[in-house]
Design a protein around this ligand. Structure first.
Ligand code: IDP
Ligand code: MG
Length: 153
């Protein structure tokens, strides 16, 4: 099944929202294939946010992403990349729809709670950037038959 890469950003750690955010992913029926805490540095952030390095807010973004350790996760599920992007909502929390993670938990464009991969191709690159192969686990939930019909698995 497809994988996506998530960061619970320093805003989530600082505001003690880790459990609330992870609970949403679990209630949806997604499988946590990998999870760990790590301190990001400028080197990995320049790779991860390569599409933003020339933007004026980039130095502030890097500082914000290094403010506390973060929790990184690999989530597994059918069409999980697009499912999770829909759950996360628009980049700016003030524009994100109620019911989405950003729409429910944030007020900022920068301090926007989570990162989620935007395509299966980028998910594969991001998973490999942040996780060693042995840190990702291939297992099924005991409840899998209640989450998917046989032809959806
Ligand atoms: P995404 O996280 O919704 O995929 P991207 O455009 O990839 O959005 O931007 C990456 C991150 O950079 C955002 O999640 C946000 O934290 C930050 N960011 C994006 N645009 C702005 C901005 O205009 N001002 C401040 N921070 C921004
Ligand atoms: Mg993005």
């Amino acid at each position: 099944m497809e994988q996506t890469f998530i960061i619970l950003k320093p805003s989530t750690i600082s505001r003690s929202l880790v459990g609330d955010v992870i609970t949403r992913f679990q209630r949806k029926g997604l499988i946590i294939a990998g999870i760990k805490m790590m301190q990001l540095d400028e080197k990995i952030l320049r790779e991860h946010y390569a599409h933003l390095v020339d933007r004026p807010f980039f130095p502030t973004l890097v500082k914000s992403m290094m403010a506390t350790p973060v929790i990184v996760m690999v989530l597994k599920g059918k069409d999980v990349v697009s499912v999770v992007r829909a759950m996360v909502g628009a980049t700016n929390c003030r524009n994100a729809a109620p019911g989405t993670i950003r729409g429910d938990f944030g007020m900022s464009g920068q301090e926007n709670i989570v990162h989620a991969s935007d395509s299966p191709e980028n998910a594969a690159i991001e998973v490999a950037r942040f996780f060693k192969p042995e840190e990702i686990f291939d297992y099924d939930l005991a409840t899998i038959a209640s989450i998917y019909a046989p032809d959806e698995r």
